[in-house]
Ligand binder design. Structure first.
Ligand code: DGJ
Length: 744
């Protein structure tokens, strides 16, 4: 890894063994021109031969210079209004109403390693040799403002991270109305746009569309990254597949309103940008203040979508997630939500815990309904003290009893919310987000606390702390079940209302920080009505996230397949639940439910006291199986093989780092009569290693499994008389293939 600079031509080349990123300073205007992002190329003293200029009819920056139109120059951090008419990466509004800026190169600084971002989640290094950072300083003479573009190149990840920082060195305030984290101009438009879209209970569905001229974007204006879109997009070459071809990924380490946008201009230049959504955003930056954007993580892969995903998985698992639980195998949990909803008491939950403990489950999680008068979703959020009728011994007593069973205890909170029937609301009715003189809309009967205010965050910390400090709490599920409406904060001035969404999410991060600092060993799982905040920002605080409220195995194939585009298996909360499934009413075999849920942080979400003895025996086997394999599942390399979005079949696999072990999941949604011969070609194995497959008598070399594949049909060679008796597998059938290195 290196950052090479040609001081004379003012060119910058960031590279590691696999990727290169090149830009330069424009001679006259001193803005930054983008030259290349992609597969590693050899370093040259100068890349000036990559500069593209045409004489075109347009407005130009300099008289007599017909090639100085920014509209026709690929840039690093473009602005609008000085010859570029495309969507800009930043916009500054001055006190006089002008929307122009002109940040010009002033200098650079190389930093070994990677500085943290104040108040914001970001990827990090553990030792400085892991990455180098270059900070480019640009200066606007009129605004008297610095713009610092920060780029980090990792040695062992095919990723470049970017963020930007604005400072105001003048005596006058100005407003930032748009501040992207990164912007890249690609020289052509031969891409398909891949992104994750959905809704509650069907998150992260993979969308693929050909780029067309103009703007195509995904975004959130809901106050959370949202069920509807994930802060991620990829540009893939049309011939790129899961395993091969060029893919560029863009992922924002942020949990609030975001914009991820692609603009194809009239000359087929593709501009990608990502950052805080400029819609509803306006940040006042006073004299000598600084504004820091979130981080954008840009990945290049020449090994298809899987190559991109594996870079994200490795980086996010090891250098975004943090703390005590980062590298530890996660406990197998049972959560009482779908078992009891709000209707439980101490005896019932202990019964569930005890039964689960007997089957090997390690953590019991008490979900919603333990506090105030919470018997439905009508009230009590904010009354963070236990309901003594349900729990006569409180959370303290219950947690001690669960620990005595030999299990760990986890608890649900929804810290950002309040209902009007609570002590919290009665004492602080002005703490909710609402606009004066307007009706306040509710979601799930609840209102959102104004987390942009420090005193609100601190108060909620104290309420939570009162429960946590006396009890034995090893895990917290942090939920968030509605989006922001009527955005307005009484603590912000009229010209700062556009800061609310960002300040809100900074408040959420602050509360996480306070809790983690005091309780570093608590495992946090983030949740927002399922996957509405399944984003990289959250992973910095909570190493796992509940992927969806939809626990149906067939639906989960799509949700988990899509989620795995960016997020590692160690982060994907996935549980076995009861049938008929509570979201779709479908019956799927318990084996399939587990075969899907194994590819994530495994657990159960059903009334285990009510399952049959035969099913209990299955659960026991599943728990034992996961304990044996979880190291491999959490830390191995994950590959998607067959997509559920295109056919009746899904397949994926995880391979250990040393390639001595692998688990392949194969799932068929609907059963078919008189089926075709099917094989799945594996990937990621060592071609020269010999593997055994559990349940099969033969051994296979990796090259055979990757080029010929596993034959899926049963072998009837010596069983030709079994015609009538043969087993029909039925709908939602699945198979796990367990591969182990074998000797000749
Ligand atoms: C939404 C979550 O996604 C569920 O798992 C559950 O915790 C409920 N909220 C509780 O209200």
């Amino acid at each position: 890894m290196a950052i090479k600079i040609n001081e004379t031509t003012q060119e910058f080349h960031l590279y590691n063994d696999n990727i290169s990123y090149i830009f330069r300073v424009l001679k006259k205007s001193k803005q930054l021109e983008h030259l290349y992002f992609g597969k590693r190329i050899k370093h040259r003293n100068s890349f000036s031969h990559l500069i593209e200029r045409e004489i075109r009819p347009s407005c130009n920056m300099f008289e007599g210079d017909h090639t100085s139109s920014l509209e026709h120059i690929k840039q690093e951090y473009p602005s609008y209004g000085t010859t570029d008419y495309r969507f800009p990466a930043h916009t500054i509004t001055s006190i006089n109403g002008s929307n122009l800026s002109n940040y010009q190169f002033q200098g650079y600084k190389i930093i070994s390693g990677k500085p943290a971002l104040k108040g914001l989640p970001a990827t990090y290094v553990e030792i400085q040799d892991e990455a180098d950072t270059i900070e480019i300083t640009l200066y606007d003479e009129v605004l008297k403002s610095k713009l610092i573009l920060s780029y980090t190149i990792y040695a062992n990840h095919n990723a470049i991270t970017r963020n930007t920082r604005f400072t105001n060195d003048s005596n006058e305030a100005f407003y930032i109305t748009n501040a992207m984290s990164a912007s890249v101009d690609f020289p052509d438009d031969q891409f398909e746009l891949v992104h994750l879209a959905g809704a509650w209970a069907r998150e992260a569905h993979v969308q693929t569309q050909k780029l067309s001229k103009g703007i195509q974007s995904i975004y959130s204006a809901r106050g959370a990254s949202s069920h509807a879109h994930n802060p991620f997009l990829a540009l893939k070459r049309p011939d790129a597949t899961e395993q091969n071809g060029e893919v560029y990924g863009f992922s924002l380490v942020y949990s609030g309103n975001f914009l991820a946008q692609v603009e194809v201009d009239t000359y087929d230049v593709t501009r990608v940008m990502m950052g805080i959504n400029p819609f509803q955003f306006k940040w006042k930056i006073n004299s000598y203040e600084t504004f820091q954007t979130p981080e954008c993580v840009m990945v290049y892969s020449d090994k298809g979508l899987n190559g991109m995903s594996q870079t994200y998985h490795e980086l996010y698992r090891t250098r975004l997630a943090r703390g005590y639980w980062r590298d530890k195998v996660r406990p197998i949990l049972i959560n009482n939500w779908e078992a009891t909803y709000f209707n439980f008491n101490e005896e019932k939950v202990l019964d569930i815990a005890r039964t689960a403990r007997d089957l090997g489950v390690e953590l019991f999680v008490l979900d919603d309904g333990w506090f105030g008068e919470r018997h439905s979703d009508n009230g009590s959020l904010g009354d963070w003290f236990e309901n003594k009728e349900k729990l006569p011994n409180g959370i303290k007593g219950l947690s001690e009893k669960v620990e005595k069973l030999g299990m760990k205890f986890g608890l649900w909170f929804e810290p950002e919310m309040v209902n009007t029937d609570t002590k919290l609301f009665k004492e602080h009715p002005d703490w909710i987000i609402e606009t004066p003189n307007r009706r306040a809309s509710h979601g799930r009967n609840q209102f959102i606390l104004d987390f942009s205010r420090d005193e609100v965050v601190e108060h909620i910390f104290n309420l939570m702390d009162n429960i946590i400090k006396d009890s034995k709490i090893s895990y917290i599920k942090w939920d968030m079940n509605r989006y922001i409406t009527e955005p307005y904060s009484t603590s912000l001035a009229f010209d700062q209302q556009g800061e609310l969404f960002h300040r809100y999410i900074l408040g959420v991060y602050k509360l996480y920080d306070m809790l983690i600092e005091k309780y570093p060993e608590i495992l946090f799982e983030s949740c927002a009505g399922g996957g509405a905040r399944f984003d990289p920002g959250m992973l910095y605080y909570a190493p796992q996230a509940w992927a969806s409220d939809d626990t149906d195995a067939a639906e989960r194939l799509k949700i988990q397949y899509g989620t795995s585009m960016v997020y590692p298996l160690s982060s994907i909360g996935s549980h076995v639940s009861a049938v008929p499934n509570h979201q779709v009413g479908r019956n799927t075999p318990i084996d399939t439910r587990a075969n899907v849920a194994y590819f994530g942080t495994f657990g159960y979400e059903l009334d285990i006291t009510k399952v049959t003895e035969v099913e209990k025996a299955k659960v026991k086997e599943q728990v034992a199986f996961f304990k044996e394999k979880r190291e491999l599942i959490q830390h191995g390399d994950f590959y998607r093989i067959l997509t559920p979005f295109e056919s009746n079949e899904t397949s994926w696999m995880v391979v250990s780092k040393d390639k001595s072990e692998a688990i392949v999941g194969y799932y068929q949604v609907l059963a078919k009569p008189n089926e075709k011969y099917s094989r799945i070609k594996l990937t990621g194995l060592d071609p020269d290693k010999l593997y055994s497959i559990e349940g099969k008598n033969s051994t296979h070399y990796g090259d055979e499994l990757m080029n010929i594949g596993i034959i899926l049909a049963e072998d009837f060679t010596d069983r030709s008389s079994e015609y009538w008796q043969r087993e029909k597998k039925g709908d939602f059938h699945s198979t796990l293939f367990i591969l182990k290195e074998a000797q000749e």
